[in-house]
Design a protein around this ligand. Sequence first.
Ligand code: AMP
Ligand code: MG
Length: 346
Amino acid sequence: METVILGTGNSQEMRIAIDQAVDQLERGSIVGLPTETVYGLAADALNADACATIFEAKERPSFDPLIVHVSGEKMLNNVAEIPDEIADVTYDLIKEFWPGALTFILPKKEIVPDIVTSGLQTVAVRRSKNKIFSEIVNSLESPIAAPSANRFGSISPTSAAAVFTELSGKIPLIIDGGACSEGVESTIIKIEPSQKKKPLIKILRPGPITPEMLKKFGKIDKHQHSSEESSSLTSPGQLDSHYAPNTPLKILNSPEEFDFNPSKKYALLSYRGQKKDGYLELCDWTHIETLSPGSGKLPEAAVRFFFSLRKLDELGVDEIISEPIPERGIGFAIMDRLKRASYQFS
Ligand code: AMP
Ligand code: MG
């Protein structure tokens, strides 16, 4: 299959790209689409056969459920139930963060095919703020299932070129909406009612909506559940090893941990590229990728994270060494991805 990339550089190109994407989705095909987090591989969420094609193209195991993207509250109510006990906090969060990178786990409605939720009685729902994506879900008038547009377990794509590298020949169309503005996948939460004043907000996957931003709405549980626990209950698919490059990746919590081997070639993933942090002069790096040069800004680091990891992976070095990222704000989500990306090499 030939994979076409359509640009959206001007309003005419944009119109054509949106129409073609909607046309493909209506015909039960799958399309690579930009969102503000990472690029998604989209299908009509109510078309079980189309959703099955997502799993096939990504080589994604069927136990890993998909996120369903809606155009607003009406579509949300078509796919999910909002239990009375958590309705107030859910609507408060929607008001504050939608459209945006916050995904809710809610009881699913019958209309959602089992393949989308991997047979669970709950569905993950969010509303994207990406303009192109929103227009497509509006025009389709059906919710869109869209996991990240990469082969299962590999680095998430934050550009149309990265989607092409991952899935060319397996999908007919990619819409190029430029670089993703957030850079890491949405925050996934599950709200539990509580006898106490504040409901419990469980963060199943950290993301751009940070614990600090959520805490005024409830008591935050940041505990990352193990994959064993998650496969049965909470967030299946949040596997310990994920987002992995082909090149071995190691996080060095301090420069002293560096175990230099003179016959190896190394590349560095640096947070802010500062000599005083102690990593830049550890060896003669083949290449240094800096996430946020200067004083270090976490949102900028998030935007560049997957892009930089992909670039380092393509260098052909023996090992990628990463500095740790401060675990505050969106840094908590970046470190979550970094730990999973290095898991199989540790
Ligand atoms: P992705 O679409 O690749 O960003 O990943 C979607 C992730 O959402 C899955 O790997 C799960 O961790 C999570 N997820 C989706 N549906 C559910 C659900 N019903 N319950 C818990 N977690 C879910
Ligand atoms: Mg993914």
